[in-house]
Design a binder for this molecule. Structure first.
Ligand code: UD1
Length: 290
């Protein structure tokens, strides 16, 4: 039986990946420091074992496939704590990649669209220059590069804006923030004019993508998004409609360092036989009861 270790396995994205792979019959172990874990219950419900390990200090359990999803993810925080971001995201990836290579394991590195920085053209394909605009984006890019240096059995999944059940707490994206306010009957707060666009991908579609790469042993760099650009203003309208929120959207100053537009070109991921299955409105509706 194929053994899979998912680092950050008790986190938002990692826990969805771990549970999905376990349901497909892989022997999955989640590895997590529990520093910022939000997906602990999901693992428990699905019976996925958890190894408590901080990869900055501890070793990785043995496995045939390593999904490396452990990372700090907050762009703003990365300006305050650049050293911690480079250590936790980039340096730890060096350790994970070296151990994976020594064991002949397939490494799937969960990277980010943040490696591209301000787009030079849209949609963004995998050949787009990588010029990150934040220490966070740089830490993910250096992670990619050191992994490429250390192992050939590597898949790099550059995730666009991921949302879904279990994203919570201070380190969550715009959809979770809008929904948290909607649940209190409050309209969204938009930073800037709301004309900025993002490509929102449901976390279960991300988990399905990872499963395809595991199953096919597919290596290389892949964008993981939907290919659909949605403005933040449109997102606010949809959330207000679904949650039947009265009143008007509030506007606040633009967030420093934000990119304006982001949308993925996804034909490479398509070529593996994967495609996103959850439309944004459906994905949002599913979050109402949670
Ligand atoms: C997100 C991820 C990052 C990932 C990247 C990939 C989070 C916290 N960050 O960054 O890890 O690598 O996508 O593309 O998930 N906004 C509002 N109101 C709010 C919150 C946000 O208007 O209450 C706006 C922001 O100013 C921004 C847009 O919504 O323009 C998206 O913001 P956010 O969800 O934080 O994601 P990214 O910065 O794109």
């Amino acid at each position: 039986m194929v053994r899979v270790a998912v680092t950050g396995g008790a986190g938002f994205i990692g826990s969805h990946i771990a549970v999905h792979l376990a349901r497909l019959g892989y022997r999955v172990v989640a590895v997590d420091s529990l520093e910022r874990a939000t997906g602990f219950e999901r693992l428990e419900e699905a019976g996925v074992p958890l190894v408590r390990a901080d990869l900055r200090h501890d070793d990785l359990p043995d496995a045939d496939v390593v999904v490396h999803a452990a990372a700090y993810i907050d762009v703003a925080e990365s300006w305050e704590r650049p050293y911690e971001y480079m250590w936790n995201n980039a340096a730890v990836t060096a350790k994970v990649a070296k151990r994976a290579a020594e064991r002949g394991a397939h490494l799937i590195y969960i990277s980010s669209a943040a490696v591209y920085g301000e787009p030079e053209y849209l949609p963004i394909d995998e050949r787009h220059p990588t010029k990150p605009k934040s220490p966070y984006g740089l830490s993910k890019l250096v992670g990619e590069q050191i992994a490429e240096m250390l192992t050939k059995k590597l898949t790099v999944a550059r995730l666009f804006n991921v949302y879904g059940p279990g994203q919570s707490g201070p380190y969550s994206g715009v959809i979770t923030k809008f929904i948290q306010r909607a649940k209190q009957g409050k309209p969204p707060v938009i930073f800037g004019d709301g004309e900025q666009t993002r490509d929102f991908i449901h976390v279960e579609d991300v988990a399905r993508f990872v499963a395809v790469t595991v199953e096919k042993g597919a290596t290389g760099v892949y964008n993981v998004g939907t290919g659909i650009a949605v403005s933040i203003r449109k997102l606010a309208d949809i959330v207000m409609k679904i949650f039947k929120i009265e009143g008007t959207v509030r506007y606040a100053p633009p967030r420093p360092g934000d990119i304006k537009h982001s949308v993925a070109e996804i034909s490479r991921a398509f070529s593996l036989g994967w495609k996103p299955q959850i439309a944004l409105e459906d994905g949002l509706r599913k979050l109402i009861d949670i």
